[in-house]
Design a protein around this ligand. Structure first.
Ligand code: GRF
Length: 228
């Protein structure tokens, strides 16, 4: 069974959704460690409350990114972490960190990639005037927000909607697609071939999983399976 590290810098709502799914058995993986570069972040309090081991250090107390990332790697090694889930981790990862878990790092981004990569995906989408916004789960490679895409969800932008309101609706979709993507990963159903990720059928030990309907007005691909 995979032992996951969750890296996050903010409120931690995606961490909560993943924890819920791991606790109720929808994600066949163990959340072994939460790491944050912001000890005051909501995610730190949530992890403590849930009794999940927490590594919380400010990156400002380190001489640079490489040193900070090495400290995270050491903590992850002590916790026997096998894969990494970025859930609102607002820092770039150094190449040696990414290489240490090559093909085993997932990220969620609040836009329909490759549009609006970077730290302001939602504000940039609204400024641009898009009619459809959304979120993407992808494997992490050394270049930011460009790894092979696992699942995306799209939703219409409402007239006059501001960043906060749109982010709230995108988060609700994130809480559906991220646990689903981590489930597929933990079940070894994702096969990355260059830029393309193939979703393998459920194994013989699982009964065929029917697709669940997308929330009203949204489009999710590949479709969510029942339970997500
Ligand atoms: C999410 O919207 C995610 O797409 C982005 O950061 C946000 C984290 O939100 N990378 P939360 O801390 O999980 O609530």
């Amino acid at each position: 069974m995979q032992r996951l590290a969750i890296l996050a810098s903010g409120t931690g709502s995606n961490f909560e959704a993943l924890l819920q799914a791991a606790t109720d058995g929808r994600i066949p993986a163990h959340i072994a460690l939460v790491l944050t570069n912001n000890p005051n972040a909501g995610v730190a309090h949530l992890a403590e409350k849930a009794g999940i081991p927490l590594w919380a250090r400010s990156h400002k107390d380190f001489s640079g990114r490489a040193e900070f990332d090495s400290a995270m790697l050491a903590a992850m090694e002590s916790a026997s972490v096998t894969a990494v889930v970025l859930a609102g981790y607002m820092r770039l990862l150094s190449p040696h960190f990414i290489r240490a878990y090559a093909g085993k790092i997932l990220n969620i981004h609040p836009s329909l990639l490759p549009a609006f990569a970077g730290g302001k995906g939602i504000a940039d989408s609204l400024d641009y005037g898009v009619r459809l916004a959304g979120c993407s789960v992808h494997f992490v490679t050394e270049e930011m927000d460009t790894g092979p895409i696992i699942i995306q969800a799209a939703l219409p932008v409402l007239p006059g909607e501001n960043t906060e309101a749109l982010h709230g609706r995108i988060r609700q979709l994130e809480h559906r697609i991220y646990p689903q993507a981590v489930h597929w990963f933990a079940r070894e159903r994702l096969l990355a071939q260059g830029r393309h990720v193939r979703l393998l059928p459920a194994g013989q030990d699982e009964s065929a999983v029917p697709a669940a309907p997308s929330p009203d007005g949204c489009l999710i691909n590949p479709p969510l399976e029942y339970g997500f």
